[in-house]
Write a protein that binds this ligand. Structure first.
Ligand SMILES: [Zn+2]
Length: 289
């Protein structure tokens, strides 16, 4: 008999306590979300202001065997435009051009080295901060370990750009991961990396295309003029590669860009320098500039 009373009198305070806790959690979550929403949109405020055009052009061309073109001293081959995702896995025997960056112990794709040096130097100049790398090149085994550590957040083996050394996970002191966007240097990197040959590979506006949540720390090297174009137009690498119709020639930022397949390619008759990258879809992208 006496046990009923105290039980009833405890129900109301307990309910109020639970409601209070729920309110605090919901309020905090809403605050964090709006805070990051503001920070993210603020960091990208100027991106998209100046949309870049990709104009179809008709240069004078010659047919040349791809092997001969690649052997031309004016032509440089790299992996900059490889599209790597769950639909386009890397080959098991991928031969990526990996090198240690300036005795740092950090391994990355050779094609990204100069660009990283440039953007890190600029971050130091502007903010007095070091742009560190927490992860760059990973072997398939290391990617499997990353999956074991991070679970679903990590890409399956073969779907990670880290395995080609093309992705750099960057941070500044005290601001790693999503907190990278919480500091001026991180916002600047997110807004300006396109000028240095890098893209934010998983931008907050690209989730529908990439299937991956915003990763402000994951820089992907694609080179010039591709990075400027991708970032200025708020598109993803998937959308960019798909937009390059096979055998067309585009003027992008003063460069001639063409995506072709087969053993013979059509290339501009006269040029000073060209870059060729596999696209990981069976074609090559040729950038002449
Ligand atoms: Zn990454």
């Amino acid at each position: 008999m006496s046990s009923e009373k105290p039980t009833k009198s405890r129900i109301l305070p307990a309910a109020l306590l639970i409601i209070g806790i729920i309110a605090i959690i919901a309020g905090t979550a809403a605050y964090i979300r709006s805070e990051y929403g503001y920070i993210i949109s603020d960091a990208f405020a100027h991106i998209g202001d100046e949309k870049k055009e990709a104009e179809i052009i008709y240069p004078q061309t010659v047919s040349v065997a791809l092997a001969d073109f690649l052997a031309d001293p004016r032509v440089e081959q790299n992996d900059a435009l490889m599209l790597i995702n769950t639909d386009h896995l890397l080959e098991d025997d991928l031969s990526a051009d990996i090198e240690e960056y300036k005795d740092s112990g950090v391994l990355m794709n050779v094609c990204a080295e100069a660009a990283y040096a440039d953007i890190a130097k600029k971050v130091d100049e502007l903010f007095g901060e070091k742009l560190y790398i927490s992860s760059a090149y990973r072997t398939a085994e290391e990617q499997a370990e990353t999956i074991a550590e991070e679970g679903k957040k990590a890409q399956e083996v073969g779907a990670s750009e880290h395995q080609a050394g093309l992705a750099l996970d960057v941070y500044v002191k005290y601001h790693a991961g999503i907190a990278f966007i919480d500091v001026d240097s991180g916002k600047w990197v997110n807004e300006n990396c396109g000028d240095y040959g890098f893209i934010i590979r998983y931008p907050y506006y690209g989730v529908a295309s990439t299937g991956i949540e915003y990763e402000p720390w994951h820089l992907r090297f694609v080179g010039s003029p591709h990075a400027e174009y991708i970032m200025s137009n708020r598109i993803t690498l998937e959308e960019y590669i798909e937009s390059l119709e096979l055998n067309e020639f585009y003027d992008i930022g003063g460069f001639t860009v063409t995506r072709q397949s087969g053993d013979t390619v059509e290339v501009p008759q006269s040029f000073a320098h060209a870059e060729v990258s596999r696209d990981n879809l069976g074609n090559v992208v040729i950038t002449v500039g």
